[in-house]
Design a protein around this ligand. Structure first.
Ligand SMILES: [Fe+2]
Length: 185
């Protein structure tokens, strides 16, 4: 079989879907490569900061690494702004969706909400409420989200920080995103 038999999914057969599943499995093996490509594209993303979005991401991951965080948190830090290009109005959710099959509920939650928690550092200058995050004050992941933004996001715009290069993180990406997904739909 080179192609499925159907035009409408409703007419697909078991063989069709088994065939597609095999192709999808193969395709998913190159997910790490595509994530690396997306990270490289962050070199030419949002401007005006003292560092590129890629450097910001590397700084975030490097700080997590040097703080002895586990691989999951290092990968979350590295990818937390990967949605900036395609989801400028909901970048946190996009990054969280990419991470979701491979990380804990806690890490997923932190990344999904980091945009709101980051507002603490700038929203008051723009007529917004810097304490918007307080809507989650009683949530078990409130403090870990505060900590993530404090340690691995708001402080990662330093052009003089000695970030580890993307090359350093590539083997971790290659391994981490080939794990069996814990979530799928
Ligand atoms: Fe960030």
């Amino acid at each position: 079989m080179e192609q499925v038999s159907f035009i409408n999914m409703a007419d697909g057969t078991k063989e069709d879907y088994e065939f597609l599943e095999e192709l999808e499995k193969e395709f998913n093996k190159t997910l790490p490569d595509r994530l690396i490509e997306s990270l490289e594209k962050l070199e030419n993303s949002l401007s005006g900061y003292k560092v590129s979005r890629l450097e910001h991401s590397l700084q975030s991951a490097t700080r997590a690494y040097r703080n002895d965080e586990d691989e999951e948190m290092i990968m979350a830090a590295l990818l937390h702004d990967i949605g900036d290009d395609l989801a400028p109005y909901s970048h946190s959710e996009m990054a969280a969706a990419v991470l979701r099959p491979f990380v804990s509920e806690k890490t997923y939650w932190i990344i999904k909400h980091h945009g709101i928690f980051q507002m603490y550092y700038y929203a008051h200058h723009m007529g917004g409420d810097r304490n918007t995050r307080d809507m989650f004050k009683d949530h078990p992941y409130y403090q870990p989200s505060v900590d993530f933004c404090e340690r691995y996001d708001q402080n990662c715009f330093d052009p003089d920080y000695d970030s580890l290069p993307l090359e350093f993180f590539k083997p971790i990406i290659q391994k981490f995103f080939l794990q069996e997904p814990k979530f799928q739909h």
